[in-house]
Write a protein that binds this ligand. Structure first.
Ligand SMILES: [Zn+2]
Length: 278
């Protein structure tokens, strides 16, 4: 190779190395940004509240027994790994999809399986399970008031469905609507009281289009990059999809053939993406 050729090759190699380094540095910087907004950071120093030394606490608000396993499991896993005290509030007993008593017992087993600190299944006529039942936001708000003001914990996070409700189920959408109105009202009252710290962060589970919904782990990279680019979103991968499968199987009365297919192909088995709405 001539001297000019060698110099050109060296320049190209140096350019490629620089580009790779710059890309890696950019990703690292973006990752650093994302970890500062990640409420479930697993570092031991962030597992306690700075003001009083108590553990951080989260309320996961779902509509039916099994939502926590089919949809929110990566988030529940992340909360537990970050040593966040986690309470599950289920707005119905899922009576339309099976025997309500059986489904409550199954949910209790999942609570024990994940080692959750609290669980509550709401039973009221306003929030009866059903695809065509509109749930009044006021009732959902009253449940949130009762659970948060009963103070089993001072909640730092509320996690629930987004406006699409993952599947568009009317009860999931109603759950979101109630939670959104609840945080808006709470923020208004708290701002008046000049005590913003009392407002929990509210994170919603993002609904995707149907192709992504059933793309399983394939959606990992696109979801990861999307969340890096948006400061209001966090990417929450499951550390163990097998553990998710074991949780789903605890809902024996619901584990029929099409749900077995669902859990295998659903991206929600492998990851959650959450968006902050408060
Ligand atoms: Zn549901």
């Amino acid at each position: 190779m001539s001297e000019d050729g060698a110099r050109a090759a060296t320049t190209v190699i140096a350019g490629v190395a620089f580009a790779v380094s710059a890309f890696a540095a950019s990703l690292a910087a973006l990752r650093a940004v994302s970890t500062t907004r990640d409420p479930f950071s697993s570092s031991s120093s962030s597992s306690v509240k700075t003001e009083d030394g108590g553990r951080r606490a989260a309320l996961v608000l779902i509509a039916h027994p099994d939502d926590e396993s089919y949809f929110f499991a990566p988030t529940v896993q992340a909360l537990k790994r970050a040593n966040v005290e986690t309470h599950l509030v289920c707005l119905s007993d899922g009576g339309e999809g099976g025997d309500g008593e059986t489904r409550k017992k199954e949910l209790l087993r999942v609570k024990e399986f994940f080692g959750l600190e609290g669980m509550c299944v709401v039973e009221t006529d306003d929030l009866r399970d059903g695809m065509d039942r509109e749930w009044p936001a006021k009732t959902v708000m009253a449940v949130l008031d009762a659970y948060t003001e009963g103070a089993p914990a001072t909640f730092d996070y509320v996690v629930t469905f987004d406006a699409g409700g993952v599947s568009g189920h009317a009860n999931h959408v109603g759950t979101h609507r109630g939670a959104r109105q609840w945080i808006e009202e709470r923020k208004n009252s708290v701002v008046k009281a000049s005590d913003v710290g009392k407002c929990p962060q509210v994170w919603v589970l993002e609904t995707t289009n149907i192709a992504r919904k059933f793309s399983g782990a394939v959606d990992w990279f696109a979801s990861y990059v999307e969340c890096l680019m948006d400061s209001r979103r966090v990417f929450v991968p499951s550390p163990s999809p097998l553990e998710v499968l074991r949780a789903v199987r605890l809902h024996k009365s619901q584990f029929v053939w099409y749900r077995k297919l669902f859990v295998a192909f659903s991206r929600y088995t492998y990851m959650n993406t959450l968006r902050r709405i408060d």
